[in-house]
Design a protein around this ligand. Structure first.
Ligand code: FES
Length: 109
């Protein structure tokens, strides 16, 4: 898997997010209070809300539009809601955030 450096960990506030634009749409990169990093499509499967503007709590994010809650590790909607957000491989190495390059280039043509 080839990874692309997209940002410094310090560029994203704790319990915040940053959006990376890719040929397949926007990916939201989230940082938790304990410096875990997750990458999910920035599009809620319910009605397309921008998850990057949601509230991060623990390893979950709440959609800003209708408050669905997603597990950021699996992308799965929690509770009674059904749906799943695509997740992407992401790593933190030497203070830099690396995103799976396949996401940035595949299906681009
Ligand atoms: S659009 Fe996300 S909960 Fe409705």
């Amino acid at each position: 898997m080839s990874m692309i450096d997209i940002a410094a960990l310090a560029d994203i506030p704790r319990e915040g997010a940053r959006v990376v634009r890719t040929p397949q749409g926007c990916v939201a990169i989230f940082r938790t209070a304990t410096d875990q990093v997750f990458a999910l499509d920035d599009r809620c499967p319910h009605k397309g809300g921008p998850l990057s503007e949601g509230i991060v709590h623990g390893t979950q994010v709440t959609c800003p539009l209708h408050n669905w809650v997603f597990d950021m590790a699996t992308g799965q909607a929690q509770g009674a809601d059904e749906g799943r957000v695509a997740t992407h491989a992401v790593q933190v190495r030497d203070g830099r955030i690396l995103l799976d390059a396949a996401r940035l280039t595949s299906r681009a043509a």
